[in-house]
Write a protein that binds this ligand. Structure first.
Ligand code: FDA
Length: 393
């Protein structure tokens, strides 16, 4: 055997895992299809890479098994990654909500990962066209660019199909299925939602943004995000919507509280204070002009508040607190920051990321059915799952 482990994919998870295993003395080969490593890291966080989130915990991830990520996340924490960043002298700042970014550029994170790989003697080959992958009693053989590499362990770190124009594909799922592993239906996540039907009027407000609370799902499984929403020429975007989109399913309603900071009864109080004010005027005090006017129109309230009964005001408040949008879809993998779903966690050990049915085969990062919120959580999963696997190789 030429290597102890072959890792497919030199993205965040693959590079980190390679460094960990390499520094433990394993002979690691990383095969990358693209002509350069870590391309998604380079474009992440607007070029500054939101490399972790100080608050990252299992509750910030979606998965068919919400307990799966616990072990890896507990064993490699945001603080652990931050220590590494600091050891490499990379200046950083917290932007908001625990989100940590490089002061300089995302390139520093790629350089750091490559330095860590070098420390572990990892061999990285880019521009690799992966051909046949097979296994026998001795381990795996991987054909790449007319060469055959062999190792007792194979790691799938090829990510998900989000942003296909960067070369992202469902390769990980095909490979997992080849070895008998189940895949949870992949779908675009952290993705803008599109509006049609009656909601189409809101598309005219393209460019308007407001702090809202967006809710997807019902009852106990409802997920609420209080951040900015942005109206676009296709529908809805902005952090609150991207977050909610991961929980939204086709055919479901998305609820938006346009005035999450106002206490119930505020509209009646407002009427008592300024009976002559119109709904649009009152909404304008809290929301951008164009949005205020459109909401007042959609509520069908044009005259002064004094002409409205308290019951009608309560109903208007309720609508503003839970405005129902009926998205007709998402902007798809082309615009999705991540993929939800993926290689089923039921197939993997949560301690090592090794396939239970196929010892020696591992899967890490976005390829696995663990999807983080917006804000550095997805990289933290890449590091944590990469570490868990790297320790086991
Ligand atoms: P990743 O996609 O990084 O790496 C997979 C690698 O495998 C790639 O290099 C790919 O070329 C390679 N590959 C694919 N098929 C192959 C094949 N057949 N053979 C060999 N190699 C193959 N997250 C976050 O936490 N903070 C942030 O700031 C951002 N920002 C952000 C911006 C944008 C625009 C996007 C699209 C995504 C983000 N993300 C993010 C998400 C984050 O980029 C993502 O979760 C991680 O990159 C996932 O890491 P992986 O290593 O699993 O996949």
């Amino acid at each position: 055997m030429d290597h102890d482990a072959i890792i497919l994919g030199a993205g965040a998870a693959g590079l980190f895992c390679a460094a960990v295993a390499g520094q433990r003395g394993r002979r690691v080969l990383v095969l990358e299809k693209a002509d350069a490593v870590g391309k998604k890291i380079l474009i992440s966080g607007g070029g500054r890479c939101n490399f972790t989130n100080l608050g990252a915990g299992p509750e910030n991830y979606l998965s068919a098994n919400r307990h799966f990520a616990k072990s890896a996340l507990a064993r490699y924490t945001p603080r652990d990654f931050l220590d590494l960043v600091e050891r490499h002298g990379i200046a950083w700042h917290e932007k908001t909500l625990g989100q940590l970014f490089c002061d300089g550029s995302a390139k520093q994170i790629v350089t750091m990962l490559l330095a860590e790989c070098e420390k572990g003697g990892v061999e990285i080959r880019t521009g690799q066209e992966i051909g046949r992958i097979a296994r026998d009693e001795a381990g795996f053989s991987v054909e790449a660019n007319d060469e055959t590499h062999r190792a007792p362990a194979l790691v799938i770190a090829t990510g998900g199909p989000s942003i296909p124009k960067m070369g992202a594909t469902g390769f990980a799922y095909d490979l997992a299925r080849q070895f008998g592993l189940k895949v949870v239906e992949p779908r675009p996540a952290l993705v803008p939602l599109t509006l049609g039907g009656e909601d189409v009027l809101f598309r005219e407000l393209s460019g308007v943004s407001a702090p809202v609370e967006a809710t997807a799902g019902q009852g106990k499984t409802a997920a609420r995000f209080r951040e900015a929403a942005l109206l676009t020429h296709k529908g809805l975007s902005g952090p609150a919507i991207l977050q909610a989109s991961s929980y939204w399913r086709h055919g479901e309603v998305l609820r938006i509280d346009f005035l999450p900071d106002l206490a119930p009864g505020w509209l009646s109080e407002r009427k008592a204070k300024s009976p002559q004010a119109s709904m649009a005027q009152v909404l304008r005090e809290h929301l951008p002009e164009r949005l205020a006017v459109t909401l007042a129109e959609r509520l069908g309230i044009s005259g002064p508040l004094q002409g409205m009964s308290d019951k009608a005001l309560v109903q208007a408040e309720e609508r503003l607190r839970g405005w129902q949008f009926h998205p007709n879809g998402t902007e798809g993998f082309a615009k999705a920051e991540v993929t939800a779903g993926g290689i089923s966690t039921a197939e993997l050990s949560s301690q090592t990321m090794e396939a239970k049915k196929s010892p020696g085969l591992f899967a890490i990062g976005e390829a696995v059915d663990v999807t983080g919120w917006l804000g550095g959580y997805n990289f933290q999963w890449a590091w944590a799952s990469g570490q868990a696997c790297g320790e086991a190789l």
